[in-house]
Unconditional design. Structure first.
Length: 335
């Protein structure tokens, strides 16, 4: 399918299949939690020519798969489970002890060794480290002590640093370590966080000023990256390209655009207009991000791919027959 710049197609719904033991073959962009069907499913093919595969697990409440991995975390019937071997005919599961509350969301370190469960509404986060060999939950961290509204949390690729963002009168970006919070930069409305590939720089998007603050983690030096022409920035991601340039991808919500910025030169490499309103920019495949998740059964999944050429693409919605229930196995069993 064509990039959204040339989008003039009618969405065609693909027919879903009941959840069943499925071994994935061919190119798989990623395995994702599909909220409308409450299932884990593979997105097969490449952005621009991708489709949802059959359900791997269903009847899930919350779930998230580690980036570019075949394991993740699922919540079902009050239990937090580690699931692995997704896409094979034998999916393994085990209970992760110490997780007692459902999160609003889950973010991962780039290497997939650390997951951070978080709740904006209840103002807490909790780490689960040691993937994939021995996942272990850490203590619940209360963010309300910072005195602002909990907005975002992120980890660097190597799972060595965790930062949180809170908004309000005491708004800012804080480093979380050893049960303590250290202020890195003050800002009224930080809405999105992303580390550079080497973990030495943290990028924080301040929606109040429509600008990005680059924080040198070691020296605590600050640099402002202006975003002229973007009135409603909602999300950022940092990535190194094939030319070893540190790039920043910035999504404008009501602006309906994605900007690609060369951080070193502050040159705008591309402004990509969108025909829909994006809701975020979350890591997905090896060179793709989620611009808008599926919120309804008839909605497509919108992706932003950076290679071979930057573009926005959709994965068609799925229509399902009544599924045959395939939930996670009992603790420690293989299936």
């Amino acid at each position: 399918m064509r990039p959204v710049l040339l989008f003039a197609l009618t969405l065609i719904s693909a027919l879903g299949l009941p959840a069943q033991p499925t071994s994935l073959t061919g190119p798989v962009e990623a395995i994702t939690f599909d909220a409308p069907t409450r299932s884990l499913r593979a997105v097969n093919g490449f952005p621009g020519a991708a489709s949802f595969g059959p359900m791997l697990l269903d009847s899930l409440d919350v779930a998230s798969v580690a980036p570019r991995q075949n394991y993740g975390i699922v919540f079902e019937s009050g239990k937090c489970l580690f699931v692995s071997n997704l896409g094979s005919k034998t999916i393994s599961t085990s209970v992760i002890a110490g997780v007692t509350a459902y999160p609003d969301g889950i973010v991962w370190s780039g290497n997939g060794s650390l997951a951070i469960l978080y709740s904006r509404s209840a103002s807490w986060f909790q780490t689960v480290a040691g993937f994939p060999n021995a996942p272990m939950a850490g203590a619940l961290m209360d963010v309300s002590s910072l005195g602002g509204a909990f907005i975002s949390v992120a980890a660097d690729a190597a799972a060595q640093q965790i930062v949180v963002a809170v908004s309000g009168d005491k708004g800012g970006v804080y480093q979380a370590s050893g049960g303590q919070f250290t202020l890195l930069a003050s800002m009224a409305k930080p809405v999105s966080l992303s580390f550079s590939s080497d973990g030495q720089t943290l990028y924080a998007l301040n929606a109040a000023t429509a600008a990005v603050t680059a924080v040198a983690v070691g020296s605590r030096g600050l640099q402002t990256l202006a975003l002229p022409g973007i009135a409603n920035p909602i999300a950022i991601q940092s990535q190194t390209d094939s030319q070893n340039r540190q790039l920043l991808y910035i999504v404008g919500g009501s602006d309906r655009m994605v900007r690609i910025l060369d951080v070193a030169t502050q040159q705008v490499l591309m402004d990509l207009p969108l025909s829909f309103q994006p809701t975020g920019l979350d890591p997905f495949g090896s060179s793709s991000f989620v611009l808008a998740s599926r919120s309804k059964s008839a909605s497509p999944l919108w992706l932003f791919a950076v290679a071979p050429l930057p573009g926005a693409y959709f994965v068609p919605a799925v229509e399902l027959r009544q599924p045959v229930h395939r939930s996670p196995a009992v603790t420690g069993r293989a299936r």
